[in-house]
Design a binder for this molecule. Structure first.
Ligand code: HEM
Length: 406
C-alpha cells in the first residue's frame, strides 16, 4: 500500500465526492486492498467492499442484514431513532411485507400507464422554463426538481403544492453528513421531525376518509386499518418514499444533463437517434451512481470475501459506486459510453432491497431526456463546471444549481 492510500484510509469515512467521479482512492482499493476496514463519522468501524463481483456477492448473501437496529450497522451522519426505521432498514420477512404492500403501485404496467401524463408534465415544465424572462436558468429549479416531485405527489398522495417544503426538508435531511457545517445535523433533525409531522397529518386525513384512495399513502392507511402495519409504519414508509422518490430522479436529471453536455458527440448521436436514449440512461445510471452511500449492511455471520474475513457483527459498506467503475467488469469503466450496454449496474442496488422505484425513475428520465434534447437543441452550460455547487457530502450525489442557457 502506498503512502497516499494509507493516509486516505486513516481519514474518517465517507470521503468527500467532489464531482462526478468517485473518490480517487476507490480505484486504488479495488487494485490493492479490495475489502478494507475504515472508521466512520461518529466513530464506528466498517468494511468497504469495492469490487463488482464482491459487491454483488455481499448484496445477495443471506448472512448479510440491512437491519439498522444491529449495533454494528454502519450508520453515519443522521441516525434515525429505532421506531423511525423504515423497510429500507429491515430484513425478510418483515421487509417482504412492505414490498408486497407497495409493489402494485410500482409495477411496470402501472408505471407505463403514467407515461402520457408524465409527457404532458414535462412539456408544461419545459414551456415554463422557456418562458423565463432571463437567462441563464437554473435547470434544477425549473426542470429537475419539479418533474419528479409532481409525479411523486400523484403516486404517493402528498400535495403537489407542498413541493417546496418537502424538496427543502429532504435536502436538509440528506445533508446531515456534511461534517464541515456544524448546523447540518441539527438542521437535519428538524427536517426529519417536520417531514414526519407532515406525513402523519396526511395519513390522519386519509384515515378519516372511508375510501383513502389507491395511491401509496391510501394503500398504507388501509393496511393499518386491517392491523397489518401501524400508524408509525405509514410515517416511516412515507418518509423513505418522499426522500428516495424525488431527489434521486432530480439528481439524475441534473447530473445526466451535465454529463451529456460534456460529451457533445454522444449528445449529437442521441438527438439524431432518440431510440438510443433508454440505453444512454442505463449508462448514465452506471457512470454517475448517484445513490452512492445509502446501501449499508451488517454481517450476521463471519463472511470470507476479497481475501478478508468480515467477522459477525461488523458493518459492511458495499460500494455500488466503486463496483460500477470496476474495469474488471466494465472495460475502461471511467469512460462514459452510451453504447456500453450497461444494464447490469448497481445504480439501483441489488438483491431484496433493489430500488422499488426503478421503473418509474426510468420512465421519468426517458421522457425528460427525449423531450429536453428535442425541444432545446442548443442547450448549453452557462457556467464553468468548477463553479457548479456539487453536494459533495450527500449520500445522494447531485448539484444544488445547474445554470443553463440556449
Ligand atoms: C432503494 C437508487 C429512484 C424508492 C434504492 C436503492 C438504491 C436506489 C441504490 C437500494 C438501497 C439498498 O440496497 O439499501 C435509486 C436511484 C433512483 C431511485 C438511482 C433514481 C434514478 C427511486 C424512486 C423511488 C424510490 C423514484 C420511489 C418513488 C426507493 C425505495 C427503496 C429504494 C422505497 C427501498 C427499497 C427496499 O429497501 O426494499 N434506490 N432510486 N427510488 N428506492 Fe430508489
Amino acid at each position: 500500500m502506498t503512502e497516499t492510500l494509507s493516509s486516505t484510509l486513516a481519514q474518517i469515512f465517507p470521503w468527500p465526492r467532489p464531482v462526478i467521479d468517485p473518490p480517487a482512492a476507490y480505484a486504488r482499493l479495488r487494485a490493492e486492498n479490495p475489502v478494507v476496514r475504515v472508521t466512520l463519522t461518529g466513530g464506528k468501524r466498517a468494511w468497504l467492499v469495492t469490487r463488482y463481483d464482491d459487491v454483488r456477492a455481499i448484496l445477495a448473501d443471506p448472512r448479510v442484514s440491512a437491519d439498522s437496529r444491529d449495533p454494528g450497522f454502519p450508520n453515519f451522519g443522521f441516525v434515525p431513532a429505532e421506531h423511525e426505521r423504515s423497510f429500507l432498514r429491515m430484513d425478510p420477512p418483515e421487509h417482504t411485507l412492505f414490498r408486497r404492500l407497495l409493489s402494485k403501485n410500482f409495477m411496470v404496467r402501472r408505471v407505463e400507464s403514467l407515461r402520457p401524463d408524465i409527457q404532458c408534465l414535462v412539456d408544461e415544465t419545459i414551456d415554463a422554463m422557456l418562458a423565463q424572462p432571463d437567462r441563464p436558468v437554473d435547470l434544477v429549479e425549473h426542470l429537475a426538481l419539479p418533474v419528479p416531485s409532481t409525479v411523486l405527489s400523484w403516486i404517493l398522495g402528498v400535495r403537489a403544492a407542498d413541493r417546496a417544503f418537502f424538496n427543502t426538508a429532504a435536502e436538509e435531511l440528506l445533508n446531515a453528513t456534511d461534517v464541515t457545517d456544524p448546523e447540518a445535523l441539527p438542521r437535519a433533525l428538524r427536517a426529519n421531525a417536520s417531514l414526519r409531522a407532515y406525513i402523519g397529518e396526511l395519513a390522519a386525513e386519509k384515515q378519516a376518509q372511508e375510501d383513502p384512495g389507491d395511491d401509496i399513502l391510501g394503500r398504507l392507511v388501509l393496511a393499518a386499518r386491517d392491523g397489518v402495519i401501524t400508524h408509525q409504519d405509514i410515517i416511516n414508509s412515507g418518509l423513505v418514499l418522499i426522500v428516495a422518490g424525488h431527489d434521486t430522479t432530480a439528481s439524475m436529471t441534473a447530473l445526466g444533463t451535465l454529463t451529456l453536455l460534456q460529451h457533445p458527440d454522444q449528445l449529437a448521436e442521441l438527438r439524431a437517434n432518440p431510440a438510443l436514449i433508454p440505453a444512454a440512461i442505463e449508462e448514465l445510471l452506471r457512470y454517475l451512481t448517484i445513490v452512492h452511500l445509502i446501501v449499508l449492511r451488517v454481517a450476521t455471520e463471519p463472511i470470507e470475501i476479497g481475501g478478508q474475513v468480515i467477522p459477525a457483527g461488523d458493518g459492511i459498506i458495499p460500494l455500488n459506486l466503486s463496483a460500477n467503475r470496476d474495469d474488471a467488469h466494465y472495460p475502461d469503466a471511467a469512460t462514459f459510453d452510451i453504447h456500453r450496454g450497461a444494464r447490469d449496474h448497481f445504480a439501483f442496488g441489488y438483491g431484496v432491497h433493489q430500488c422499488i422505484g426503478q421503473q418509474l425513475a426510468r420512465v421519468e428520465l426517458q421522457v425528460i431526456f427525449e423531450t429536453l434534447l428535442r425541444r432545446i437543441p442548443t442547450l448549453s452550460l452557462a457556467a464553468p463546471v468548477e463553479e457548479i455547487p456539487f453536494k459533495i457530502w450527500s449520500p445522494i450525489n447531485g448539484v444544488l444549481r445547474l445554470p443553463v442557457t440556449w
